[in-house]
Design a binder for this molecule. Structure first.
Ligand SMILES: [Zn+2]
Length: 364
């Protein structure tokens, strides 16, 4: 995912998280263990790599050997992205920047071999942590100024693996910083969390995500739709392709046009849209986004900014036709359907249930 190096300013919408890191860097007061928390796809992994680069960059204007010097802090802390260490870190080949990921991914990348011919796990397993602690961190640094261990995703560590890392988190070797990257940090043991300085990465604003997609060459309509569906995750928005987005938009438009008094139309809709669970879930989430637009119009009138601008006439009509309580009730049903679909519910059935709730429920 991370192909080339870039300065911190390229990491969009994370000023608060980066401010904390920048000031620690400028003071030469980097913690020995960080937990980067926040949703998936908002730049946590990129920030971890940038931090390793900033500390090891040899380019002009970099921190230089005296990490804490006032001169360095006046120069700023952006890595250059083109010097030897910056490139090696971006490629994942710097000997002092050690990456730990799910066993299966490490095997696939040719960087790990499970012991005894065991099938690779989806977790980060205790053998991997022991190899890190007993071998790699037991060695001296090779060439870098500061060694980094990037555990991403840290929430893939099973409890055994987490316990094996505890002592190192408490007393890491000199000049070593561990960065744990986790989108579900509640999966980490409290003893792990309490030993790390936490840096929280926020979900990105829809407008920030949409702007970035437009800069990448997507149309404004498509960008808005992808941003609305991505829930603040640029990674997720980038992964949504145009055809799938157009299909979801059509499904939402069809759902919005359903006749509450004709059950046969709801059943037909559920059948037509019920072929694919993931698509059905996205449709439900997008319907939730649309209904929030309806609430926004009810609250702020026609000046309200809408996430799904293409549906403006339908949104205004629904804002006049439904009470806010009804709109909220429908959001609740859409959310329940999306949750059921995440739990393997049959797609057609989940959609039908949502529509029965909408049109036949207590608050129809
Ligand atoms: Zn550099």
């Amino acid at each position: 995912m991370f192909r080339h190096s870039m300065p911190f300013s390229e990491l969009i919408g994370q000023d608060r998280a980066l401010g904390a890191l920048r000031s620690a860097l400028a003071r030469g007061a980097l913690h020995h263990a960080y937990l980067f928390g926040g949703p998936e796809g908002v730049g946590k992994g990129t920030a971890a790599r940038l931090l390793a680069q900033a500390c090891n960059c040899e380019g002009e204007g970099s921190l230089g050997p005296g990490l804490a010097s006032p001169v360095a802090s006046a120069l700023g802390v952006d890595p250059c992205g083109i010097c030897g260490p910056c490139r090696k870190i971006a490629r994942g080949t710097h000997p002092d920047v050690i990456a730990l990921a799910e066993e299966r991914a490490m095997v696939k990348a040719g960087r790990w071999e499970p012991k005894g011919g065991r099938a690779p796990s989806r977790d980060i397993v205790v053998d991997q942590v022991r190899d890190l602690v007993d071998h790699r961190l037991a060695m001296k640094r090779f060439e870098g100024r500061r060694r980094f261990v990037l555990v991403d995703p840290a929430d893939a560590m099973n409890p055994q693996a987490q316990n094996a890392l505890l002592k190192t988190l408490e007393e890491p070797p000199d000049d070593t910083t561990l960065v744990l990257v986790a989108s579900s940090s509640e999966q980490l043991l409290p003893t792990i969390r309490s030993r790390c300085a936490r840096v929280l990465f926020a979900p990105l604003a829809d407008a920030v995500v949409a702007d970035r997609l437009v800069a990448d060459g997507r149309s404004p309509e498509e960008a808005r739709l992808a941003a609305a569906l991505a829930g603040g995750s640029l990674g997720r928005a980038l992964a949504l392709d145009a055809a799938a987005l157009a299909a979801r938009a059509q499904a939402v438009e069809a759902a919005v046009a359903l006749d509450p008094d004709d059950a046969s139309t709801w059943i037909a809709f559920a059948r037509d849209q019920g072929g694919d669970r993931e698509a059905a879930r996205e449709t439900c989430e997008l319907l939730g986004v649309w209904l929030r637009d309806v609430l926004a119009v009810q609250a702020a009138g026609e000046a309200a900014p809408l996430a799904l601008g293409d549906l403006t006439p339908q949104t205004r009509a629904a804002a006049g036709g439904l009470t806010p309580a009804q709109a909220l009730w429908r959001i609740e049903r859409a959310r329940a359907a999306a949750a059921a679909l995440r739990q393997n519910a049959a797609p057609a059935l989940a959609l039908e249930r949502m529509l029965i709730g909408w049109f036949h429920g207590e608050l129809r």
